[in-house]
Design a protein around this ligand. Structure first.
Ligand SMILES: C[S@@+](CC[C@H](N)C(=O)[O-])C[C@H]1O[C@@H](n2cnc3c(N)ncnc32)[C@H](O)[C@@H]1O
Length: 346
């Protein structure tokens, strides 16, 4: 590479950082949505109580990437710019959720993961928005394949509640409880459920996932990208203890887990093979209080916890071309036969 190319590459990184922060802010504040039809920036600024000069400068910056075009007094999103609206979940998760973490890389390096912070609201919103493309199709197709029709689903660590909304839309007989760890997330997920018109079918409960002990067994527990957090909070043995208790207390309930297993340290996991999403994903998980396990370690955790892996599935959709996410359908080992009520064909 020539020194001129290397310099150009550095500037591409720097501009990419500016762009991702700006796009993420404009998605969060709904500003970008205002330009699906041509509008004068001054009008948009007035309607959203924004500074018109600053908004115009930001739009001019986005025009350098063909995200918006200026025509006369108007600005509109280009065809490419419109595609950013569908990527909102990725901006919310990786930028809104984890840019506070990235800004503390030096401190985290010096003081360890305990110094890490993230924006919980945007982690939940982003993860929930992405679920529509991966977790919801994965769980519904794996349940259909086995002709399992859960009536009651409990989502442990439901984040924004969007995943349950998606599941309830696809499986119209499901009623659900979403469990969140904080009042703030409970308010957020209740609002998401309400605005989806699902308050009659989904209720939100506030509890640490590890302490969940409601009476009445659900047909299915869902843990999407949550057990990785319990590994850091409780250690691998603590996670096994939690799952053992879950299997003992609810011997007839299925457990559906979605995780991104860590690359096997002995295998070739050079950054080039990871792709842009997973290279960022593995980095932020190494910087925060989460602990990704390898496929072998997950198999071992489930076996020690008293669960049998009935099926494994991969999302393999356009946003997960490396098929790195794994869905595990698990059943307590004491459950010889699946509950008959949960085996009715759809
Ligand atoms: C990556 S998000 C996934 C959220 C959701 N399951 C989804 O698929 O969108 C992980 C969530 O687990 C929650 N969480 C982590 N540890 C928890 C605990 N011990 N009790 C309750 N929630 C927890 C976090 O607050 C966060 O919202």
């Amino acid at each position: 590479m020539t020194s001129r190319d290397a310099y150009a590459k550095s500037l591409t990184y720097i501009k990419g950082y500016y762009l991702s922060e700006v796009i993420s802010s404009l998605l969060r504040s709904s500003v970008l949505y205002q330009f699906t039809t041509p509008r004068p920036p001054r009008d948009v600024a007035a309607s959203l109580a924004l500074d018109p000069e600053v908004l115009t400068a930001i739009l001019r910056f986005l025009a350098t990437e063909n995200i918006v075009v200026f025509k006369g007094n108007n600005v509109r999103l280009t065809q490419y710019g419109r595609t950013l609206l569908t990527h909102r979940g990725w901006y919310d998760l990786l930028i809104g959720g984890y840019s506070p973490t990235l800004q503390k890389v030096s401190t985290i390096m010096a003081r360890g993961k305990k110094a890490s912070i993230r924006n919980e609201t945007f982690v939940a919103l982003g993860s929930g928005a992405i679920d529509e493309y991966d977790v919801v199709p994965l769980i519904t197709s794996m349940l259909r394949k086995r002709r399992i029709c859960p009536k009651i689903v409990v989502d442990l660590g439901c984040g924004s509640g969007s995943c349950l909304v998606g599941i309830c839309r696809k499986l119209p007989t499901v009623r659900a409880i979403g469990v969140v760890g904080s009042r703030k997330l409970a308010r957020l997920s209740s609002a998401v459920v309400r605005s989806a018109g699902m308050s009659g079918r989904i209720t939100i409960a506030t509890s640490n996932v590890a302490d969940y002990s409601k009476r009445g067994a659900p047909d299915l527990f869902l843990c999407a990208f949550v057990l990785q957090e319990l590994v850091y909070q409780r250690g691998r043995d603590g996670l096994v203890t939690f799952l053992q208790r879950l299997a003992r207390t609810y011997p007839k309930s299925w457990l559906f887990v979605v995780e991104v297993p860590a690359p096997d340290p002995r295998a070739d996991s050079s950054p080039a093979t990871l792709g842009p999403y997973y290279s960022c994903y593995f980095l932020v998980h190494s910087l925060t209080r989460q602990q990704l396990l390898t496929t072998k370690q997950w198999d071992d955790v489930f076996r020690r916890s008293g669960y049998t892996i009935v099926d494994k599935g991969l999302t393999g959709h356009q946003f997960d071309p490396s098929a790195s996410e794994v869905g595990y359908l698990l059943r307590p080992q004491s459950q010889k036969q699946p509950a008959l009520s949960s085996l009715k064909a759809r």
